[in-house]
Write a protein that binds this ligand. Structure first.
Ligand SMILES: C[S@@+](CC[C@H](N)C(=O)[O-])C[C@H]1O[C@@H](n2cnc3c(N)ncnc32)[C@H](O)[C@@H]1O
Length: 201
């Protein structure tokens, strides 16, 4: 046992390769996962609600999309598959998560369009037509707010951000806080205790 969190930059937990299967929008995904990353054994229920309820990018969507806190890459892989002309930036502090996401982008045939990077690896000039995130609530409220204050301003003027947060982990207070920061926030869906928030300028 180690004291690793899922957001540990370099997990000390031994890697235990495994696979996670799920369906989104009629397509089956079989992705590589491992101990030491978030929800290594199954698609996280919050991520499942997000991918089921939010409006996936249509095939014609181009430009840059962001998966903020990509984990092993389920959101990245769905975005890259749904929008085959878009570039997907997959950002995570956890090196093992980044390695898995890169491998999974290759599995879905999107390695050329998925840029897997640590947070400082996104060039300053890149703005996003869409931001998707099951954000890391466990880092703490102040850190979560800092994270969102860092990335949401990089939304293109007509861009949209989709967030999923469990109600019992502060989904409703996060919605209020985002509104106080001047964002337009709509509770797009609510299912199984998760809030899907649609955030625009
Ligand atoms: C709730 S998990 C979601 C993972 C993945 N998107 C999924 O749905 O399975 C949040 C992720 O955010 C990452 N994370 C934590 N702090 C971060 C930060 N400052 N910048 C980027 N990612 C971060 C964690 O390592 C973790 O992989």
């Amino acid at each position: 046992m180690t004291g690793d969190h899922y957001f540990t930059p370099e997990p000390a937990t031994a890697a235990q390769p495994r696979e996670v299967e799920f369906h989104v929008a009629g397509r089956q995904y079989t992705l590589a996962s491992s101990a030491g990353v978030f929800s290594a054994a199954r698609l996280d229920p919050g991520t499942a609600v997000l991918l089921r309820k939010a409006d996936l990018p249509s095939p014609g969507v181009t430009g840059d999309l962001l998966d903020l806190g990509c984990g092993f890459g389920p959101i990245t892989c769905v975005l890259a598959s749904s929008a085959p002309s878009a570039t997907v930036w997959a950002v995570d502090v956890n090196e093992r998560a980044r390695d898995l996401t890169a491998a999974n982008a290759a599995r879905v045939g999107a390695a050329q369009r998925v840029r897997v990077v640590a947070p400082d690896g996104v060039p300053a000039g890149v703005t996003f037509t869409q931001i998707w995130s099951n954000p890391p609530i466990r880092i703490g409220k102040d850190e979560l707010h800092q994270l969102l204050l860092r990335w949401l301003p990089r939304l293109a003027p007509d861009g949209v951000a989709w967030l999923v947060v469990a109600r019992h982990l502060g989904g409703d207070s996060l919605q209020r806080w985002l509104t106080e920061q001047g964002w337009r926030v709509e509770r797009h869906a609510s299912q199984k205790g998760f809030r899907v928030l649609r955030v625009t300028r």
